[in-house]
Design a protein. Sequence first.
Length: 290
Amino acid sequence: MYVRAFLVSLVLGAVAPGAARATTGIMTITQTTTLTANHTGQIRFGASNITLDCDGYEVRFSPRQASGSCGTSGTMTCGIRSLNRTGITIRNCDVVGAYDYGIWIQGTSTTSSVRDSSVTDAGVGVRVDSASDLQFFNSAAVSNGAGFEIRDSSDILFTSTDAVYSTGDGFDTNDSTNVRIQYAFVFANGVNGIEFDDSPGAGVLNSEVLNNGQHGVSLDNSSAVYISANLIQGSIQNGLRLQNCDSGTIRYNQVDNNGACNANQDAASSGNTWTGNTLQNWCGTVPNPH
């Protein structure tokens, strides 16, 4: 089984790069900041165009230190929070513990990024709301309630970013445009590996989507999707499912050894181009050629 070395380091445990005193509570950063020890509590962006570099240290949950709000009110807790900032970068951060959201990015735009980071054991690993022009690289959501949730956002790119062992969906996108997932490993999530709802321009490319509890890749009410060169296997229900999706391109995928259907396109979907796929069996409307 393909296992990214990044995930292996999470299982084996990383060696702390130093012995500085750990910090606790709510940390608000207003300039580029590099951690020198683990932080227990929350880290918030207090300015735009800055970087949080955890340098391999952890952001850790505890009920006492993380009881404050992640936003401006309420009791939601999260490890790292960016609200209405632009040009921010999160890198080399491992967020661990029972946060509602491990990383929560809202209202963020202008080429922001999350790099070489992970979230483990949160309710939702990473939540993205009302954001645009946001990129994820070489990151992972491991053993969360849900891996990645994207809402009301646009132009979000995930590259070499993995979702494994969620009890819910690995990637769950709603009411968003041009969200693309490429070179991902999406494995053993409890519901769907990757789900798009009302999300035109969705893309899944060059990814392995394996052994998920419901559908492998599921698309609903999403036009102009682009699904290319993926391996989709071991889903309990459908491997690749399109419902009311129009004008998409589905090509060069290998979809086999899934449950009820390997490929399922309903009659409400039209104008999709299927080409060069290896599909073990069909349900619904079968395009010709496919």
